[in-house]
Design a protein around this ligand. Structure first.
Ligand code: UGA
Length: 413
């Protein structure tokens, strides 16, 4: 928003994060963000821990995480509620509060009732966020749709005009609150469904000798189906897809609609099973894991991110370590966050060191630099040239002709 010329004040209660931003340091990895921030006029973007600094703003975006609760499947809305209450305190008449967070359907209406009681002249809109980590800038500047939920079409107009100026060509949907909230969770549930569907096919492929990658290419060639998000492997992780389908299930239970979303429960299980299948394949190869070295390439839940929340790669690495293997983990960006989460593992920022003497190599996050490795050269580093491709992106012919044994889920290799 600041790079487009708006005056933006970013507030967070985490004073450490704000201090870093104030020193022009982005406290997480997102490609291009540091460069973009360095181009923004200083007067257009300031950072603060103080809600009173945003009292004059016309639009208040609530961009608060809604993680899974510690004691169940439902979303934990405490941070969002706290931020909402702080913003209500300072919002001026005529301003708009815009929820971007992913929330259980019904939340916006509940917030609107609260707001209406104390500040009837402040509007609430719900404007779900669809950006992907690793593509945050492009997805923000060129989203494929904008959804604004409001009580009436007229109440959405101010925000709609704001977006029309920025992205006139982007389809804009004005909906009621429930639809806006549901578009977000339904989109993530659909993406999770596609991934778990192909991983279910991968289980069938393993039992029958079929090849899930070719299967995905062939069914994906039908443009009614599409090839995107049919990448079989160790499944989805991160701070969104897993917790969003669980929160959706929890909300459906509350609404008496458990049966309607029963399939999501199954897809969550398929997703978790992919990690178990990867560990089983590693153990089959290693025999007794004690004393064996496993090189793990990748810790982040996906490439171009340093996020390790619910990362399949890190969970597989941790399980192999718990079973007695000597696991060394490499990642171009996520080592710090991984070490913070699972300090027991050995981490290395050198691919060479990670691979040296390995009895098994596990390729678990598809960073391009792993795809670009020369299998002929790195073969000399390892003890046994066997690699498990957890993301089905390595060129099988290239690796096999360099003398590697290639393993993958659901592939006839
Ligand atoms: C996801 C959605 O794609 C965004 O639209 C949404 O805004 C975001 O959640 C959110 O709710 O905030 P993100 O979690 O950044 O974005 O990552 P994705 O690109 O969706 O990938 C999620 C996981 O699925 C990753 O672990 C990835 O490796 C895995 N995946 C993806 C597969 O296993 N196979 C595929 O074919 C594609």
């Amino acid at each position: 928003m600041a790079s487009l010329g708006h005056e933006v004040i970013a507030v967070d209660i985490d004073s450490q994060k704000i201090a870093l931003f104030n020193q022009d340091v982005v406290p997480f990895f997102e490609p291009g963000l540091t460069e973009l921030l360095s181009k923004v006029k200083k007067s257009n973007l300031t950072f603060s821990t103080n809600f009173s600094d945003i009292s004059e703003c016309d639009i208040h975006f609530l961009c608060i995480g809604t993680p899974q609760s510690e004691d169940g499947l439902q979303a934990d809305l405490r941070a969002l509620e706290s931020a909402f209450n702080s913003v209500i305190e300072i919002a001026q008449p005529g301003s708009i509060i815009v929820g971007k967070s992913t929330v259980p359907v019904g939340t916006a209406e509940r917030f609107a009732v609260t707001l209406n009681k104390s500040h009837p002249e402040v509007l609430l809109n719900w404007n779900p966020e669809f950006l992907r980590e690793g593509h945050a800038i492009a997805d923000t500047l060129k989203p494929n749709r904008i959804v604004i939920g409001a009580r009436t079409e007229q109440e959405a107009e101010k925000l709609a005009n704001f977006y029309r100026e920025i992205s006139p060509e982007v389809p804009l949907f004005i909906t009621n609150f429930a639809t806006a909230e549901l578009v977000k969770v339904a989109a993530n549930a659909f993406l999770a469904t596609k991934i778990s569907f192909i991983n279910a096919m991968s289980e069938v492929a393993d039992a029958t000798g079929a090849d899930v990658s070719l299967l995905a290419d062939a069914i994906g060639a039908d443009d009614r189906i599409g090839r995107k998000f049919l990448g079989a492997g160790i499944g989805f992780g991160g701070g969104c897809l897993p917790k969003d389908i669980r929160a959706f299930l929890a909300r459906a239970d509350e609404l008496g609609l458990s049966e309607s979303l029963q399939f999501l429960r199954e897809f969550d299980l398929i997703n978790q099973r992919a990690r178990v299948r990867a560990v089983a394949m590693a153990l089959k190869e290693l025999g007794a894991p004690k004393g064996k070295k496993v090189a793990v390439l990748g810790a982040a839940f996906k490439p171009d991110s340093d996020d390790v929340r619910d990362s399949p790669a890190l969970e597989i690495a941790e399980t192999l370590h718990t079973l007695g293997a000597h696991v060394v983990v490499h990642d171009p960006r996520a080592l710090e966050s991984a070490a913070e989460k699972i300090p027991e593992l050995t981490y290395s920022n050198s691919i060479e060191e990670t691979l040296t003497g390995a009895d098994l190599t596990m390729h678990l996050t598809e960073w391009t630099n792993y795809r670009d490795l020369d299998p002929m050269i790195i073969r000399k580093l390892v003890n046994i040239p066997t690699i498990f491709d957890g993301r089905n992106v390595l060129d099988a012919t290239k690796w096999q002709s360099a003398g590697w044994k290639l393993l993958a889920l659901g592939r006839a290799l």
